[in-house]
Write a protein that binds this ligand. Structure first.
Ligand SMILES: Cc1cc2nc3c(=O)[nH]c(=O)nc-3n(C[C@H](O)[C@H](O)[C@H](O)COP(=O)(O)OP(=O)(O)OC[C@H]3O[C@@H](n4cnc5c(N)ncnc54)[C@H](O)[C@@H]3O)c2cc1C
Length: 379
């Protein structure tokens, strides 16, 4: 059955995370004649993980003309040091004072992602929430581009036509893979997180703590509004095999065995969420981040280990770069701008890979455990 055509746009972006919204914002800000749709499968209600960004975020926000009050003290926390128990039990302390970029920020991710998407709407972009792409049909006549068949969570079906598609669906790269791209995964890392809250009188260190453990590594960071996120980074298979029936109990047991992370929780008067949040965190890269009238941005194109804290900044930067490449491609029908975009994505991944592998090799205490063995054996 034919679906009603709800609109014709120049660019349809699928996925409203930092990458998709930044791409949409760049298009609406610097090419306001373009009709741009942002299609997001959620309502932004689910927990979003990943919060540490360097101060390189500020020039990006300024490029996107995000007003200062939208990125205010209540929506982030400054972070001045990272304490890493990695390789031995003496903390390696990296002070932001010694870092050329200065302090970093810990974001309220849900607020941040919603703020970007709302700003995109405020600039005349069209946001479709709770919608999923069911099929992508190429338009081969004079309307070169794609017809997207969409379904709203209510069951309502409709279609949108677009001259250009952007895959911003995150690590699963749903759209690029549908269009024929191949994703190479380098590991099966997942993040299993729990959020803690404290009353305002409680004070704890503003540092990020990273601590390796036999089953992976722990990450804990203070968030705005006296919250703290504690995440176990481990392999999906290990988590599935070991957790038994009691996820939370198993997670707590492992945390107690990570002394530096556990002490942080014990010292503060905290209430804890009763459920864990699990997210994919693997490293992957697409064979090509571009194709005929499409490209991918952010985690969909290439995703980095959260250890690198590269994800959000890279995603936003790639969204902005992609928008420029799309405009140039649509205006001139030349492929050069897309190729240049593709090359820059591949270059960043090539530079990242050996550094990432070196970091894991630096931790030798748990070489007997499957998590570390897999990483040490990588070519
Ligand atoms: C545990 C963990 C910790 C992390 N810590 C950090 C950190 O400290 N610092 C850092 O910089 N990065 C961190 N990251 C990485 C960071 O979160 C990502 O790099 C960043 O979110 C990528 O942005 P994105 O827009 O590309 O993808 P995402 O943020 O994943 O956004 C994708 C969007 O697409 C939507 N979507 C998915 N599929 C569809 C579909 N089929 N149709 C429509 N919409 C769809 C999703 O709902 C989502 O809104 C962490 C990641 C994890 C998992």
């Amino acid at each position: 059955m034919d679906r009603p055509l709800l609109g014709e746009v120049d660019v349809a972006i699928i996925g409203g995370g930092p990458a998709g919204s930044s791409c949409g914002l760049t298009l609406r800000t610097y090419k306001p004649t373009y009709r741009v749709a942002l299609i997001e499968s959620s309502t932004y209600n689910a927990t979003r993980l990943g919060e540490n960004v360097s101060s390189a975020l500020l020039p990006l926000l300024s490029y996107l003309e995000i007003k200062e009050h939208l990125f205010s003290q209540t929506t982030y926390r400054e972070c001045f040091a990272v304490k890493a128990y990695w390789g031995n039990n003496t903390p390696l302390l990296q002070h932001s004072l010694r870092h050329w970029m200065g302090e970093s920020y810990l974001l309220d991710r849900q607020y941040f992602d919603v703020m970007l998407a709302e700003t995109f709407c405020g600039r005349g972009g069209k946001l479709y929430l709770s919608c999923r792409v069911e099929a992508i049909l190429p338009l081969e006549d004079k309307n070169v581009g794609y017809l997207l068949q969409l379904r709203h969570r209510s069951g309502k079906q409709f279609a949108l036509s677009a001259r250009f598609l952007v895959d911003a669906t995150g690590r699963k790269a749903n759209i690029a893979r549908k269009l024929g791209a191949i994703s190479t995964r380098y590991d099966s890392l997942i993040g299993v997180s729990r959020f803690f809250s404290a009353n305002s009188a409680t004070s704890w260190s503003q540092d990020i703590i990273i601590e390796s453990a036999p089953e992976g590594w722990w990450y804990s960071a203070p968030l705005p509004e006296n919250r703290l996120v504690v995440t176990l980074m481990t392999d999906a298979k290990l988590w599935r095999e070991q957790r038994q029936d009691d996820n939370l109990g198993y997670w707590e047991l492992l945390l107690k065995q990570a002394p530096n992370s556990y002490t942080r929780i014990r010292q503060a008067a905290l209430t804890a969420d009763t459920k864990l949040t699990l997210r994919l965190a693997h490293t992957h890269v697409l064979n090509e981040a571009i194709g005929k009238n499409w490209l991918s941005v952010g985690d969909a194109a290439v995703s980095f280990d959260p250890l690198s804290s590269l994800g959000i900044g890279f995603s936003m930067h790639s969204g902005c770069h992609a928008a420029r490449a799309i405009v140039s491609n649509l205006e001139s029908r030349e492929i050069d701008s897309l190729c240049h975009y593709n090359d820059s994505i591949k270059k960043q991944f090539t530079e990242y890979l050996p550094i990432w592998q070196r970091y894991y090799r630096y931790e030798n205490r748990y070489s007997y455990s499957p998590f570390w063995k897999t990483r040490h054996e990588q070519p």
